[in-house]
Design a binder for this molecule. Structure first.
Ligand code: FRU
Length: 507
């Protein structure tokens, strides 16, 4: 994290301020937003704020017929800092309207330096947020040391004041003010609450140096006072030591604990990756025993959060992060976007599966099918950087099928499914090919500006960022080495707004 709250806060207040300075600034802002809307690298069918920086999804909830999604937002800059909760609303998880900021730091309060990640629950008929507030504090109260910042983290509660979820009333004091006494934590944040009978439970991302990351488990009758129980789950020491404990696995961020198809799942983010685990939860002992685990997405994807959709599907949102330097983010004026909604299920062999929600198909334009064989590879110039591509999973044995993006004839990105080596390769990432047959027998790719979300057999996912693509100069190529023809389906994808989600800036 690189955090300069003072500077960002001042810039944000200036943006809101009146008088001549504000007029000049808003003209500059308008020019910035117009330029952003034309940026071909900015996604056109993924959710992102009108401009500036976003990271983790926060508090997703279906409420009164609408999907609400909140997210970590820096309203004053396109790099990380000064965390607020941005808000967007949608009837279908695809088409979004920006809403005013839902949570902002309260000067002098426990979240004066930022409203970090958290969750939404419905408490006696009223939506509530439980989130992490950060503030400056004497060293003995600091829980976040990451090499840059020293902040005290506490868990905060806010209640919705209206059904549009526009206004939130915060409790002034934290509901969980400190980590368990005597424990020297590597962090204390990102609460994930759930209800079980008369009790509310809450996991909090944490860890200890030399011991490993963990989720601390708390229990409450009414969300306002919580008792610490024990660790819900914990990692193992791996010998790594880094200034930021998130880089060594000694701090688990953004835990998410839920049930899918009667299987208990725990997700958490550490070492730049999201780990999924499925296992058994003992409801009386209140401990989770992981049985299987893996990497949820092999690319630029972090801090996901799930919720239950109107029809009970378990939907996962994740932060698609940038992979270019801050100076380029500042020049672009925007950073980060939300992944497409992903449906979580448990497969016949007990494995976790993840597929784009069917609602994504509403974005498809005209369908095109091409037949690709060893003798006839497919190559086509792309006029728009917004397509879906589906390659069938019955790719013949002993064949490598490669999907490639070329810019001015040179490869800019490629993903190869190698059935002889039984692996998937994409740049410097290689992972085992899920065993066939696949329940979802396709490789599905979603290209949107500089974002590529790839789903392999509904079992493995990889999110890539490519900043060299240009409409008109980018070509799509599909090549196969096997003896069998493959039929590739393609759709141009419709944008979710005419202006790449920038126009609603003034709400
Ligand atoms: C994960 C994270 C969370 C924290 C938030 C701050 O990306 O570091 O642990 O709450 O981002 O923006």
């Amino acid at each position: 994290m690189c955090y300069s709250p003072g500077v960002n806060r001042r810039r944000f207040l200036k943006t809101l301020g009146g008088g001549a300075a504000a007029v000049a600034l808003s003209r500059a802002l308008r020019a910035e937003v117009e330029a952003i809307a034309k940026d071909p690298l900015r996604p056109s069918y993924h959710l992102l704020p009108p401009h500036n920086w976003m990271n983790d999804p926060n508090g997703p909830i279906f409420w009164k017929g609408q999907y609400h999604l909140f997210y970590q937002l820096n309203p004053g800059d396109s790099v990380w800092g000064d965390m607020h909760w941005g808000h967007a609303v949608s009837p279908d998880m695809i088409h979004w309207r920006h809403q005013p900021i839902a949570l902002a730091p309260t000067p002098g309060g426990p979240d004066s330096e930022g409203c970090f990640s958290g969750s939404a629950v419905v408490y006696h008929g009223t939506p509530a947020f439980i989130y992490t507030g950060v503030q400056n504090a004497p060293l003995d109260q600091v829980t976040l040391h990451d090499g840059n910042d020293k902040l005290r983290e506490t868990q905060m509660l806010a209640m919705a004041e209206d059904d549009a979820l526009l206004h939130w009333k915060k409790l002034e004091q934290p509901v969980i003010p400190a980590p368990p006494p005597g424990m020297k934590v590597t962090g204390f944040r990102d609460p994930c609450p759930w209800r079980d009978g008369p009790w509310w439970y809450c996991g909090i991302g944490s860890g200890e140096r030399g011991v490993g990351g963990c989720v601390l488990l708390y229990r409450s009758r009414g969300l306002r006072t919580w008792e610490y129980l024990h660790k819900l789950a914990e990692g193992k020491p791996n010998g790594k030591q880094t200034a930021n404990p998130c880089d060594s696995g000694e701090m688990w961020e953004c835990p998410d604990f839920f049930t899918v198809d009667k299987r208990t799942c725990l997700f958490y983010s550490t070492e730049g990756k999201v780990i999924w685990s499925t296992g058994d939860y003992d409801r009386s002992g209140m401990r989770f025993a992981p049985r299987r685990d893996g990497v949820l997405d092999h690319g630029a994807y972090y801090a996901p959060k799930s919720f239950e959709a109107a029809d009970s599907r378990r939907i996962l949102w994740g932060w698609i992060r940038e992979t270019r330097p801050d100076a380029e983010l500042k020049a672009a004026g925007w950073a980060g976007c939300m992944s497409l909604p992903r449906v979580l299920t448990i497969g016949a062999q007990g494995q976790l599966e993840m597929n784009p929600a069917k609602e994504v198909e509403s974005l498809r334009g005209a369908r095109e099918e091409v037949v690709v064989s060893r003798a006839a590879p497919f190559r086509r110039k792309l006029s728009e950087l917004a397509i879906e591509l589906q390659v069938p999973g019955d790719i013949s044995n002993a064949a490598t099928t490669t999907v490639r993006l070329l810019v001015d004839g040179r490869p800019a990105w490629e993903l190869a499914i190698d059935t002889s080596a039984k692996e998937v390769r994409c740049g410097d990432v290689t992972f085992p090919l899920p065993g066939m047959p696949w329940a979802h027998p396709t490789l599905r790719l979603f290209l949107d500006g500089s974002v590529i979300e790839s789903f392999v057999g509904g079992r493995e996912a990889l999110t890539s960022r490519v900043y060299t693509l240009t409409p008109g100069a980018t070509e799509l190529e599909v090549v196969t080495t096997g003896g069998k023809e493959i039929r590739v389906e393609m759709w141009g994808m419709k944008a979710i707004s005419a202006d790449r989600m920038t126009a609603a800036f003034s709400f």
